[in-house]
Design a protein around this ligand. Structure first.
Ligand SMILES: [Fe+2]
Length: 239
């Protein structure tokens, strides 16, 4: 299975997951259609599914065009049926969904939005975290409580540490400045920041990260309790 990273809009990441044998593919969070269309047509890929982590426009903006052009089916959380148009398959928390080479578990992670889900491709140890977990950061809390987001991140912390994390935005450099300011003596973080800068200098994306790196370096995952987490979230919102 190959993951092709597609830059969308200003700083969004969309991902095309391709089964290299059949060239069947899923796209995760197509913020816009054009760059995805271009890649699919150039590489003769069969787009079968559109996976949405949540309803924000910069994650679903390409849905309609991709669905009508390729007949791809839309998969999203069941409670988002009023705000993600034309869903074909309604997903539930902890559901395992499988078709051919594509098999993932749904992890409901409310906080950024009430219907936010992550797609855990457990066979490949890959997870798409949308706007819940970023490299060195987490999403803003728009529709939940601090407790919701803290619990959602706790669910992700239980995955295998070598899991590769594909997140929704290239916010990593800015996030690293925040982590560095409030976690000064973290030597793992210093190594991670050096690697991030190397990648960005070469024009490369900072995605994917790994859960191990995030457990070691991401200040929001290192928060020991809800109080500490809430304080950090407040500080970051005003950073
Ligand atoms: Fe969002």
């Amino acid at each position: 299975m190959k993951v092709k990273i597609i830059n969308c809009l200003e700083d969004n990441f969309s991902y095309i997951l391709i089964d290299e044998k059949s060239l069947d593919a899923c796209v995760v969070d197509p913020g816009e259609a054009q760059p995805i269309l271009k890649y699919i047509e150039k590489n003769k890929i069969n787009l079968k599914y559109i996976l949405n982590t949540h309803h924000h426009h910069d994650h679903i903006g390409g849905n309609n065009i991709l669905k009508s052009k390729f007949g791809a089916k839309i998969l999203a959380f069941k409670d988002d049926k009023e705000r993600i148009p034309k869903i074909d398959f309604f997903l539930d928390d902890k559901q395992i969904w499988k078709d051919g080479p594509f098999e993932f578990k749904v992890i409901h992670v409310p906080g950024h939005t009430s219907g936010h889900i992550c797609f855990s491709f457990f066979n490949e140890k890959i997870i798409f975290t949308g706007d819940t977990l970023f490299s060195l950061g987490c999403g803003r809390i728009f529709e939940g409580s601090y407790n919701d987001m803290f619990n959602s991140l706790s669910k992700l912390k239980k995955l295998s540490p070598e899991t590769k994390i594909y997140f929704g935005h290239e916010y990593t450099l800015n996030n690293s400045i925040f982590c560095d300011k409030f976690d000064k003596n973290n030597s793992e973080l210093k190594i991670k920041i050096a690697n991030i800068k190397k990648k960005l200098d070469k024009g490369m994306p900072t995605v994917p990260s790994t859960l191990k790196e995030e457990l070691d370096c991401n200040i929001f995952l290192r928060a020991k309790n809800l109080k500490e987490f809430s304080k950090l979230r407040d500080l970051k919102d005003n950073f």
